[in-house]
Structures are given as structure tokens and as C-alpha cells.
Design a protein around this ligand. Structure first.
Ligand SMILES: C[S@@+](CC[C@H](N)C(=O)[O-])C[C@H]1O[C@@H](n2cnc3c(N)ncnc32)[C@H](O)[C@@H]1O
Length: 275
């Protein structure tokens, strides 16, 4: 991991508005999955996490592989529009690349509140000419800011089903920010036949190792809230969970994409359909 190219191996300065003195989830995740948009502070905290859970970079790749599988599943189920909340630093294939490979005129709205993702937003806009993509800079704990953004309705037809993706993002909100209420507000705005996909770090897999990770995050000023399976299932309340329900991320519709062969998933994953 230490051999990877990264932002501050290069001579160019960090983009304006970026605080590179504090670790950031998007940039740590970028490092774990082999990207180069990360800084020393991100790699330092990323290594602290990996000391507690050595498989964490592999887990990040498994999480990304789930995103690939669930977008393919939804495209094949007839979903033509996606709302991807907590997009992350662009890493090909992104949601629109996967969806548009199956259905060229798929539409995707990306939402994130990280300035580095914003810097890369142009990469998220390179849609198949038949489809459309747009980027909204917003905080999901204020879901009205997403729903009221004119871009949303310019790109998505909210009379047609939408695939709402909240992949590896909900753990970045405290219970007191009511992430369940935020997800509910977004779900309520979507029509019948829409889907919600979630991955979320689990508190149930290895509580001691996860506690060490949370302590490292807290000491670095980062919010990280792993949750129990029942708390993750609550996000889907009132919607029909697709089989096999909320399961360890690698167990959700595994396909031929190589898995790291991990024994412990550390992440829950699930998909549900709005009746
Ligand atoms: C770990 S990355 C996940 C990226 C991508 N969803 C994936 O699974 O590959 C989490 C992303 O959520 C974004 N994020 C964190 N809190 C957010 C918030 N309150 N509103 C919107 N985005 C947020 C971060 O900036 C980061 O890009």
C-alpha cells in the first residue's frame, strides 16, 4: 500500500478549499481501493484502522464490488435512474458507467459534500450521450437540500422508479443527526417500484476491533458509527427486502468478480423495493 502514488508525492498543491491536515473518509477510502487522491494524514489514519482490522482495504474493495453488483441487478430489473448519495472520489467503473453499459440512456445524480469529490465532479459528468449525469453538492442529513435542488428534477423523473444508493456513507452520521429520518425523507420522495441499497459497517462482527477503529477515528476528529444488523434493517423499514435480506457484504448475490476470500465481512449490505 505504501508504494502507491498519492497526491502529496506529486508537486502540485492540494485543490483550493481542501483541509489536508485532517483525515477524510473519502480520501482514506480512495487510498484503500488503490486511488491517488489522498494525503499523508489520510494514509496515517487508514493505517491505524488497518492495524485494528487488517482486512479493511480488502473490505473497501468488497464494498465497491457490491456497488457494481447491485447497480447491475437494478439495471437488469428495469431501473433507469439512480440517486447515488455519498459518491466518493470517482473510481471507474462509477455508477453511470455500470448502468449505461447495460442501458445507455440511464440517468444518474451524484451527491456528496466533499470538496475533493466536487473537484472531480466533471469526471462524473461524462455520460453516455444517450444518458445523463449531474452532481449535487449537499449533505444527506439535510435531505431537502437534495430534493429541492433543481438538478435533481432536471435529470430524474420522480414519477418513474429510482435506485437510491447509500453505500458506505450512513456510518458517517451520528444517531443524533437522525440518518434514519434522512433516508426516510428521500425514500418518501420516490415512487413505488424504487429501490434502496445500503452498505454499512457492522458493530456485530468483531466489536473489539471495531471499537479500536472508532477510537482512532474519534481521536482524529472523524465521525464513524458502526451499527448492528437490526439498526441497519431499520433503514429499510416498510420496504420489501430483496432476498437474502441484510447480510455480510460478500454474501449479497455473489458473482464471478474476484473476492478477496475474507472470512469476516465487517460490512452489512441490503437492498429493498418500495411496494
Ligand atoms: C467511504 S466513501 C463511499 C463512496 C462510495 N459510495 C462507495 O461506496 O464506493 C463515503 C462518501 O460519503 C461522503 N459523505 C460523508 N458524509 C456525507 C454527508 N453528510 N452528505 C453527503 N456525502 C457525505 C464522503 O465525502 C465520501 O465521499
Amino acid at each position: 500500500m505504501g508504494q502507491r502514488m498519492s497526491r502529496d508525492d506529486e508537486s502540485e498543491p492540494a485543490p483550493a478549499g481542501l483541509d489536508t491536515s485532517v483525515a477524510h473518509s473519502a480520501r482514506m477510502y480512495d487510498w484503500w481501493i488503490g486511488g491517488k487522491d489522498n494525503f499523508a494524514v489520510d494514509r496515517e489514519l487508514g493505517e491505524q484502522f488497518a492495524r485494528a482490522i487488517p482486512s479493511i482495504p480488502a473490505m473497501a474493495r468488497e464494498n465497491r464490488a457490491f456497488m457494481h453488483r447491485v447497480v447491475r441487478y437494478l439495471s437488469r430489473a428495469g431501473i433507469r435512474q439512480f440517486l447515488d448519495v455519498g459518491t466518493g472520489i470517482p473510481t471507474s467503473p462509477n455508477v453511470h458507467e455500470i448502468a449505461q453499459e447495460i442501458v445507455a440512456d440511464s440517468h444518474v445524480i451524484y451527491v456528496d459534500n466533499d470538496p475533493l469529490v466536487l473537484t472531480h465532479a466533471r469526471a462524473l459528468m461524462v455520460s453516455d450521450p444517450a444518458g445523463r449525469t449531474a452532481y449535487i453538492d449537499a449533505d444527506f442529513t439535510k435531505p431537502e437540500a437534495i430534493l429541492d435542488n433543481p438538478q435533481l428534477r432536471a435529470v430524474l423523473d420522480l414519477d418513474e422508479p429510482v435506485g437510491l444508493l447509500m453505500i458506505a456513507v450512513l456510518m458517517l452520521a451520528r444517531d443524533s443527526d437522525d440518518p434514519w429520518g434522512a433516508v426516510r425523507t428521500l425514500m418518501d420522495a420516490l415512487p413505488s417500484g424504487s429501490y434502496l441499497a445500503i452498505t454499512h459497517p457492522g458493530q456485530d462482527f468483531d466489536p473489539a476491533a471495531m471499537e479500536a477503529v472508532v477510537q482512532a477515528a474519534t481521536a482524529a476528529g472523524m465521525t464513524l458509527v458502526p451499527r448492528r444488523r437490526a439498526e441497519v434493517e431499520r433503514f429499510f423499514a416498510g420496504w420489501e427486502l430483496v432476498d437474502p435480506g441484510v447480510v455480510p457484504v460478500m454474501a449479497w448475490h455473489p458473482d464471478s468478480e474476484a473476492s478477496a476470500g475474507l472470512e469476516t465481512a465487517f460490512y452489512w449490505a441490503g437492498l429493498a423495493r418500495k411496494p
